[in-house]
Each structure stands twice: as C-alpha cells, then as structure tokens.
Design a protein around this ligand. Structure first.
Ligand code: ADP
Ligand code: MG
Ligand code: MG
Length: 893
C-alpha cells in the first residue's frame, strides 16, 4: 500500500486520493511551474486513521523516506539548528471545503532552529515572526488552545509598542511574544510547546486528519452534500517566505491570491489581491490592507509578468477559470495552490461561452460548466444593482429571490396583514410547523438561527419562497416584536428587503428589477439587441447548445391559455399536464355543488350540461394557444369535498340559522353532503379515476368538452393535439371502463361534427400498483405520464403536506436523505419503479409515449434521471422550462 506521493508522482485526476490541493500542486509541478517541493499523504491513510484511531502501519516510514528525499533536495534538514528546513502541513479534500480544516505553517521551528533561520535569511526579525506564527497556529489547531488568547497577547504587544500592524513589531517585541505564546501553550495544555521538529510534523499530520471530523466540517459537508467518508489528504510543502520584508527591497516579497478571470463577471484580466511582507493567510485574514494585484506590476515587474504568464498556462491547461495562491520570496515567485475557481451563476454562463470562443472547450463541455440551478438563480428578480441600500446583516442564502415587505414577528400578524393587502416579511428566531400559515402569507422568511436544512429553509424552498436563515447578528425578540442589529432597532411594520440569493438583509425598500434573463425568455429582449448584455447573449447560446443535443422534450404544466402562451415563449413543446380542477373553481363552484347534490339523473345531467360549454371554451382557448403541439388534459382528480364549503364554517352557518329558526334547505343538504364526502385521508380516498367511475357522466362530460373543442379547432383550420389522461389508476380494469366510455363519446362527437378526431388516451402512473402492473395497463393506455408527486407520497407512505412541515427537517439533519424526495426523485425507490414501469409498458406497447409531470420534471438531478430511463418528455411549471431544457441538454451532452 502506498500512502505518500511526491509532488512529481501525482496529477490533477487524483483528487480523491491526494485532495484537490495535493493533486493540483502535483499537476503544477509536472507542468514545470515553480512549486516548492513536497509530498502528499493520501486520503486513504486519513480514513484508516479515523477508523482505527492510529496511523496505518508503514505510514511513518514512508513519510520518513519522503522527508529524507525532500531534505536532500533542499540541502537542509527539518528543524536542524544551523539551516532548518521548514514545511507547511496542509489539509485538502477531494471537494474544496474552504477554511473548514487545518493547515499549519512553519513546522520545524524551535528555540534552536530560530537562530539558524535568522542566519539563513540574514533577518532576525523575520525568523522570530515566523516562530511566533508557528506557536500561534500550532497551539490553536494542533494543541487546541483557545486562539483568542494568542490574539489578545498580540494585540497587547502592538498596543504596548504603539504599533498599528504586526510588521512594526521588532525583534525584541517578537522574542517577548514568543515567550508569552509558549506560556499560553503550557498553561492551556499542561505541556510545553514541542521542540522536536519531527514530533511537530507528526502531531500536525494527525491534527489535519482529525480536522476532517470537526463539527463545522461535518456541518459544511452536510450542507454542501459532500460525503462524510472521503477523508482529507495531508500535503507537506517546503516553506517559502513572503515575510522577509517589503518587495521593494531585493530581499523582499509578499503573498497574494489571483483569479485568471473575474469570478463575478467572467471577464479576462488581472484580478486578485497582494500583500507585501506577509505570509500565508494574512491576505484572507484581512490583517492589513491588501493592494490590487495590478499594482504588483509596479512593485515587482518581473514576478508580475511571470505570474501573468503562469495564469495563462493554467487557464489553457485546465481550460477553465482558476484561482491561485502565490508567494514571492526575495523576488522569486512560487505557486502554492490552484484550483478551478468558484464563480457566480452569471460568470459561469459567460465563461463557458468565452472558452468556446477561445477554442478551449467545445459546446458539449460548455454545457457541463453550467447548471440548471445557476440558470434558475439568474431567473429570479433581483435588487437593482444601482440602487442605494443599507446592509443590515447577512445570513445563509436558503431560498432565492428578492423580497420587500414589512417586518412581522408572528404568523398571526403575517396572515392578518397580508389579508389586508400588506406585503410582509416573517421574522423569527427559527420557524416550526406552527408558523406554516404565516410563511405562506409572507413574501419572505428571515430567521436568525439554523442552516440550509432548518425548518424555515426546507419549507421555504418547497414553497418557492424567498428565505434567509441563520442571520446570527440579528437579534430577534418575538415578544417585544423587535429586531436588533447592533444599535439599529427594527420594529414591527418597518420595511426590510431580503435577498435570498446572497443571504443579505437590507433596511428599507430596495427596488427590485426583473431578471434580464427572464426578459429575454419572455421575448421582451433579443439576445442581439443593444440593451441585452453579455449574460443574455451567453444564456441564449447555451440554450441553443442544449436544445441541439437534448433528447428529452420539455412540456409545461399549464391550465389556461395565458400560462400556455408563456410556456411556449419559454420553449415548451406542449402541455404535459393541464389540471381541469382549476376549471371548476370560482363562480363555477355552484355548478359543482349542484352536481354533487343531485338526487336524480336529470338534476345531475343538468349540472353537467351547464359545465360542458364552459369546459369546451377553456379547452378551445388552450388548444389554440398550443396549436400544433400536444396538450395532455387530466380528467378531474381531487376529492370532491375540495369544491364544497369548509365543514366547520358550514356547520356554524347551519347552527346559527337553526337558532334563528331560519331553515336553509340548500345549506342543510350541503352539510349532509360534506359529511358524507368527508374522508380521513382524502389523498387516498375518492379521487381520480374513482370519481369518474362512481359519478355517472362526469368524465364523459369532460371527454365531450375536449372532443368538441378539438372539433371546433379543426373547423377553424387549427391543429389541436389533445391527449386525454386518466389520473390515479391502480389497475387496467379501471382504465378499460373509462376508455370504453370515452371512445363512445368521441365517436358521437365525430359523427355529430363530421370530423375525424385523433385523441390519444392514456394514464398517469402514480400508484405503486400501477407501476407494478404497467405491462397490463399499457394494453389500454397509449401513453404514460409518471405522476411522481403522488408516486413519492404513496411509495414512501408520506403525506407531503404533513411531513414537509413536521419531521423532514429532522430527517435531513440526521442525513436520512440529503434532499427531500419531493424535490429530487428518489432514484433507488420511486425511481426504480419508474424505470421498471417504463420498461414493462414499452414491452407491451413499443411506441408507448412516456413522460413525467410533477415537480420533479423541473428539477435538475431528476431530469438527468428521466433522460437515463429513456422517457420522451418532462413536464414542469412554465418558469422551470428553461432549466429543464438546459438540464436535458446537459444530460445528453
Ligand atoms: P487553505 O486550504 O485554508 O487555503 P492552505 O493549506 O492553502 O489552507 O494554507 C493556508 C495559507 O498558507 C495559504 O495562504 C497558503 O498559500 C499558505 N501556505 C501554505 N503552504 C505554504 C508554504 N509551504 N509556504 C508558504 N506559504 C504557504
Ligand atoms: Mg489555500
Ligand atoms: Mg397525482
């Protein structure tokens, strides 16, 4: 077993083994870039250590061998008094976990070797500065001493000296500080700071292993969905020093970070920060003011030019934006880290197309460089960049969007105010299931506690509502109905602006602008037009790449002509789900009531007769809007009680009327009906095809409306393509009965209108039994549409509305699933049923058309799954169509 790789032995594809940092240092070494020599201990060694509590056998010897080689090469020995070799011991996992794990610099310094380092460098101050840094870092991360104690001592030393920054401390001050730091260590740990360099090294390695499992690292992994069993690699890298004095002197140097292009805009250029006379994390720690990287040109032109050329090499090599850590020691440039850099959603699109233009990547690869989630982010309205704003605080960006409203501190007020037309932001310390109604009423939710899997975050995402959570600087006092941030006090009714995409919270109203990307999809902006920016042009191109490649078609869930037209603008290739229940609401409710209350066939037929022309008109408009494209109409699905008055309200009304001796016959009958229709579990009750089978004439009326609307469209020289879909089928017998009736009705309409209608008849697969008997069901169905919302509910035995608000947070926190199965399809359970049902269906009927409707149709990961399974289309809400198109293209690329 090999646990240690020299930088010359690794490469960038070994991230799982060497971590991102180690793998990329190896890659740069092999590219011939100036990397201080070193080696990396594998993640496997880490995992063995974490499993068994001890280093794997042989690791120590292997480290010794690599250390020897390193010492030979450098002509120095780790911590040797005369000419010490110093190293950094650095964490680095397969996926970047910035700042979550440990790194220790200057390992090898001791009371003996500090003088050697001073002599070597000809700089005593530098040597003592490095030593105090070692004790501080080692003390805090390896020995677990409270870091504050070192900070306070350092501050005190600066105060005593009247020094503004650490560079003003002189040798004598630093020596005193080192003595003090050593005392802090022995006080805090009951042992002296280790003077043996090898012991320092071994302890540091072990501490990096252990830093994989700190609370914050675990929490970060859960939130970022990084598996917990990957482990970290440990990179040991010979030290180079940027803290030998200012760069202007030939002795000097500094340290910096750089991006090969702007991670916010994607523009090529010189982006980064540089800090003279500094080491390591001084740049990010913000202890002194950095200068823009471009200024390095005047400070040290030679290193600057070399850096720019290396940046170009890296971009060409990685064919992507890279970020870089570098240090200049005595006018010599050293590369300390690189990786493919994080970027904003907008920059991701721009960079991908720029790289295509530069010939660095092809279209298929460009598609891999962006995600549907990024596109979705770009489609939210956002706060006007140019508007003034006052930042109040910052939390976790839990659910995107830009919302403005009045602060309220309880659900009751949220509901009351929103009923009277106010926009409100629900502010809570954290939310719980009792807040649900308030969350629905609010424009956005703001909490001071909890992370991305907190109740507020999960529920808000599920509702598509803006949410910032865990804004810890905000002190929420729900009793006093007040929010305090520092000296600012926000009372109930004060206006807040919440940015769910950045986690920022502003005081007062920040103007909201529509997303330019949506303006483009809406057809209000053309990619080539002047006002269109680079982002719109990039999105336009990426959509074209995706559309050229994807095999999945994308349809919309839309119930009316307006939604259908918008969906078309967004690129929908038909409607995958038209919910007819929406056509039974509003003033039509009374007709539905009549239907439900009908005692005789005549009464019922009369009620249906009133509904027929209305339905026909709805369908005619819809087919016109979607002319030439398929429209799947689902026959009535929800339980009937949903169309009747609320049982409590009605009971009260009837009781009051009784008391007044004021009999209302209709209300009494209604109440009886409501009682009769009341169900314990409406989700599993009289709904879907079951309604069609027990209420004579209901489905026939709907089929007739569809058929007559189709005939009317044909008559108007249109091209209607309706597909009739039967919901909640569990067995082929149900479908056969409905089918016979539907065919009879269609034949009647054909005779009456003298047209020939091509209406497809199919079913939803949304019950486990339907999925398991899909082969039989396909005998009677010309298409399947997987209703993955209901299928998820029935496969898991979850009632969606109940579980999301009650125990899902706990499930997510316990890691039972990383994401709600209602958000992303559960491949192993629900997904397996979809796969086998698709296969069985096609085995019976080779041409069977397969689609999916429901939230999963617009979810990036789920779209990839549906592509793999071989469905023909996904259907999702109009707003998600671009996301689905892009992801379908990515799945096929
Ligand atoms: P992180 O993963 O938190 O960025 P790093 O391992 O990259 O931690 O190290 C922290 C800082 O120390 C970085 O600025 C890095 O450039 C610097 N650093 C690491 N190793 C060396 C070294 N051998 N010589 C000089 N600086 C180093
Ligand atoms: Mg780093
Ligand atoms: Mg359903």
């Amino acid at each position: 077993e090999k646990y240690v790789y020299d930088f010359t032995e690794g490469n960038k594809d070994l991230k799982h083994l060497l971590g991102g940092k180690g793998a990329n240092l190896a890659e740069m070494t092999n590219l011939g870039l100036p990397v201080p020599p070193g080696f990396t201990i594998t993640t496997e060694a880490c995992n063995i250590y974490l499993d068994g509590g001890r280093e794997p056998a042989g690791l120590r010897d292997e480290v010794s061998a690599h250390l020897d080689a390193l010492e030979q090469r450098m002509g120095k020995k780790l911590g040797r008094a005369e000419d010490p070799l110093l190293v950094s011991v650095r964490s680095g996992a397969k996926f970047s976990m910035p700042g979550m794990m440990d790194t220790v610099l200057n390992v090898g310094l001791s009371d003996d070797s500090v003088a050697g380092l001073a002599a070597q460098a000809g700089d005593e101050r530098f040597a003592w500065d490095s030593y105090r840094r070692l004790i501080q870092m080692f003390g805090r991360t390896v020995l677990g001493v409270d870091g504050e104690r070192f900070e306070e001592a350092l501050e005190e030393a600066k105060r005593a000296k009247g020094a503004a920054t650490d560079v003003e401390l002189e040798v004598a001050d630093l020596k005193k500080l080192v003595a003090l730091f050593k005392r802090i260590v022995s006080d805090g740990t009951g042992r002296d700071f280790p003077q043996d360099p090898r012991e320092q090294l071994d302890l540091a390695i072990r501490s990096v292993f252990e830093s994989w499992n700190t609370d914050r690292a675990r929490l970060y992994r859960r939130q970022e969905r990084i598996p917990g069993d990957l482990g970290t690699a440990v990179t040991i890298c010979s030290m180079v020093f940027g803290n030998l004095g200012p760069t202007a002197t030939s002795q000097g140097g500094g340290t910096g970070v750089a991006f090969t292009r702007d991670p916010a805009s994607g523009h090529q250029g010189v982006y980064g920060d540089y800090l003279q006379n500094a080491q390591g994390e001084d740049v990010v720690a913000g202890i002194r003011n950095t200068v823009a990287l471009a200024e390095l040109e005047t400070i040290d032109k030679k290193s600057y030019d070399q850096l720019l050329s290396i940046m170009e090499t890296l971009e060409t090599h990685y064919r992507d934006l890279c970020d870089i850590e570098f240090t200049i020691e005595r006018g010599r440039l050293w590369m300390l880290q690189t990786r493919v850099g994080k970027r904003t959603a907008g920059a991701a699109f721009r960079i991908a197309t720029q790289l295509v233009d530069q010939g660095l990547i092809d279209e298929a690869e460009a598609l891999q460089r962006v995600t549907g989630a990024q596109l979705a982010q770009l489609m939210f309205p956002r706060f006007d960049d140019d508007a003034k704003r006052e930042l109040l605080g910052r939390g976790i960006a839990a659910s995107p969007g830009a919302a403005v409203g009045k602060a309220v501190f309880d659900s009751y007020t949220a509901i009351k105010w929103s009923r009277s037309g106010e926009k409100v932001i629900l502010v809570r310390r954290e939310t719980n299931p009792d807040d649900l109604d308030g969350m629905i009423a609010a424009e956005a939710i703001l909490t001071s506690r909890g992370g991305k899997t907190s109740h507020a975050a999960v529920v808000a995402r599920g509702m598509g509502k803006t949410c910032v959570c865990g804004a810890e600087e905000l002190e929420v006092d729900t009793k006093a109905r007040r929010l305090t941030v520092g000296s600012t006090v926000i009372e109930e009714g004060d206006v807040l602006s919440i940015d769910g995409s950045t986690g920022k919270v502003y005081l007062g109203e920040v103007p909201v602008v529509p997303s330019p990307v949506v303006e483009y999809f809406e057809g209000r902006m053309h990619a080539g037009a002047e006002e269109a920016d680079e982002l719109v042009a990039a999105v336009h191109r990426m959509m074209a790449y995706a559309d050229r490649r994807r095999r999945l078609r994308v349809r919309a869930n839309a119930d009316n002509a307006e939604d259908a037209l918008r969906a078309r603008r967004f690129g929908a290739q038909g409607i995958g789900l038209c919910r007819t229940e929406h056509m039974f609401l509003g003033e039509r409710r009374t007709m539905v009531e009549k239907l439900i209350l009908a005692d005789t066939d005549e009464e019922r037929e009369q009620a249906l007769g009133e509904l027929l022309p209305l339905q026909k008109k709805d369908f005619t408009e819809l087919f016109e809007a979607m002319d030439g494209l398929p429209v799947t109409v689902r026959l009535l699905d929800p339980p009937l009680h949903e169309f009747l008055p609320d049982i409590t309200e009605l009971s009260v009304r009837v009781a009051l009327a009784e008391a007044r001796k004021d009999h209302n016959e209709n209300d009494l009958r209604l109440l009886q009906a409501v009682h009769k229709l009341h169900e314990q579990n409406p989700m599993l009750g009289l709904r879907g095809v079951r309604l069609g089978l027990v209420i004579p004439g209901l489905f026939a009326m709907q089929v007739r409306a569809i058929a007559e609307a189709s005939a009317a469209r044909l008559d108007a020289k249109g091209d209607p393509r309706a597909e009739i879909m039967i919901p909640l089928v569990g067995t082929v017998q149900e479908l056969e009965i409905v089918r016979d009736e539907a065919e009879r009705v269609i034949a009647e309409v054909e005779r009456a209108t003298g047209t020939r209608l091509k209406l497809a008849l199919g079913t939803m697969i949304e019950l486990p039994r339907a999925a398991l008997t899909a082969g039989q069901i396909a005998e009677a169905a010309e298409f399947f549409s997987f209703g993955t919302n209901d299928l998820t509910q029935t496969v898991w035995g979850f009632s969606r509305d109940d579980v999301e608000a009650s125990f899902f947070t706990a499930y997510l926190e316990k890691g039972i699933f990383g994401v709600s199965p209602f958000e992303t399809i559960d491949r192993d359970g629900v997904g397996a049923l979809v796969r086998s049902a698709a296969e069985a269906g096609r085995a019976t009927r080779p041409g069977l058309k397969l689609g999916v409707c429901g939230e999963h149709g617009g979810d990036p990961e789920s779209v990839h799954f549906f592509h793999e399974v071989g469905l023909d289309y996904v259907s999702c809400s109009p707003f998600r169509i671009p996301v689905a198109r892009l992801e379908a293209g990515r799945a096929a690329a």
